[in-house]
Design a protein around this ligand. Structure first.
Ligand SMILES: O=C(O)C(=O)C[C@]1(C(=O)O)C=C[C@@H](O)C=C1
Length: 384
């Protein structure tokens, strides 16, 4: 027998013992599960799990294995919880207030609104998503879209949530926690920013440039070439174009879409001033109701966890365990609780898939706060 064969023989013997012990442990875990079911106790017991890990770490002779052993027991207990869950009928399926979704094309004259004015990127996203909209509503501030949904002035609201160059639009994430709404759709829009003004405006005479902070942020390289210009942040890029058009002052320009320039009779002074050529924004469609159908291929959840080492790792692990592809994670501070965070996760799947149900169930049990904030059809990313 070669040296490696001898080692492997030894490993095989150890594995056989481990397997026997694993089976014994699972049989016992099953009994604990039955006990918990009878006594209406929750499956997940955070303190007991911490105790199992620390107790066994203390048995180690070589402390270099501490972390590895902790991971080993975390995995083992994750298997236990799955087993207990499977054998327990007291576990309520996640109580999600779904309404069956009709196709977005067949919705009967919904009242729809978007952030920004006519000519805005949000309007473009709204029209791309819904096809056409009868009497669209326009809102100056992100929050206005949310309160219009709240007051039933509109059934659906379209807002930007993320830009490919500048990242998350954090205000929207915060509003998603403040309002109890759901994401029912998404739309990507290719974004090119334009410097717009009057036909007779000369760049050398410009004193002020108006835009939404996102417009400035996406066009930094261009703006840095004109350090003498004063940046005036305004409600949205489209409203900046509208304002410049109304002010009729050749020293004032705006950064906006070409559509907004056309809408407010302005001229393009400089094309595509955005830093990154591949610049696109992801918009979400919000509603008071959680809609779901077979075509939904993406799920968004919001949760918070205990402020302890390893909790996030432990929770994210449930996605991998259920072979679910995580698309995005975003964290936002919890209001009035310094250094505590809310996590937003988008992942691929449909809520009817058993592995999605399983992951949602476990995350629900493991997190201190949990909400499914949307199920929807993933949109095409490279929409120009
Ligand atoms: O001790 C329990 O309460 C169990 O259900 C067993 C077990 C384990 O596998 O050790 C499983 C899940 C709990 O979260 C804690 C521990």
């Amino acid at each position: 027998m070669t040296e490696i064969e001898e080692y492997r023989k030894k490993i095989d013997e150890i594995d056989q013992q481990l397997t026997q012990l694993f089976e014994q442990r699972m049989e016992t875990v099953k009994k604990v599960g039955q006990y918990k079911k009878a006594k209406h106790l929750p499956i997940y017991n955070e303190n007991r799990e911490a105790e199992v890990i620390s107790k066994n770490q203390a048995y180690l002779v070589d402390s270099a294995y501490q972390q590895g052993l902790a991971l080993f027991f975390q995995q083992l207990m994750a298997i236990s919880k799955r087993l207990q869950n499977k054998n327990s009928s007291t576990e309520q399926p996640l109580d999600l207030p779904f309404v069956p979704a009709s196709s977005k094309k067949t919705k009967k004259n919904p009242k729809v609104g978007c952030y920004g004015a006519e000519g805005s990127f949000s309007e473009e996203a709204m029209l791309s998503y819904f096809g056409s909209v009868e009497q669209p509503h326009y809102f100056t501030k992100f929050e206005d879209v949310f309160s219009a949904i709240e007051q039933n002035d509109i059934d659906y609201g379209v807002v930007p949530i993320e830009n490919s160059s500048t990242g998350a639009i954090t205000k929207i994430y915060d509003l998603l926690t403040q309002y109890d709404f759901y994401i029912v759709g998404e739309q990507y829009i290719h974004v090119d920013q334009y410097l717009v003004g009057f036909q007779d405006t000369e760049l050398a005479n410009v004193a002020e440039v108006y835009s939404h902070p996102q417009g400035f942020e996406q066009s930094m390289l261009f703006l840095n070439q004109h350090p003498e210009w004063k940046w005036i942040p305004y409600r949205s890029t489209s409203e900046s174009a509208k304002l410049v058009s109304e002010l009729k002052d050749l020293t004032k320009v705006a950064i906006s879409s070409k559509r907004a320039a056309d809408r407010y009779n302005l001229t393009v002074l400089q094309e595509k001033v955005n830093d990154q050529h591949e610049n696109s924004t992801r918009f979400i469609v919000l509603s008071k109701r959680l809609e779901s159908s077979d075509v939904c291929s993406k799920v968004s959840v919001l949760f918070s966890i205990e402020h302890r080492v390893g909790t996030l790792h432990h929770l994210l692990h449930h996605f991998a365990e259920n072979k679910l592809n995580l698309i995005k994670i975003e964290s936002r501070p919890v209001a009035n609780e310094p250094w505590h965070y809310l996590f937003y996760i988008d992942f691929e799947g449909n809520v009817n898939m058993p592995e999605v149900q399983q992951a949602l169930q476990t995350i629900h049990q493991t997190s201190s706060f949990f909400k499914v904030i949307g199920t929807y059809q993933a949109a095409e990313k490279n929409k120009k």
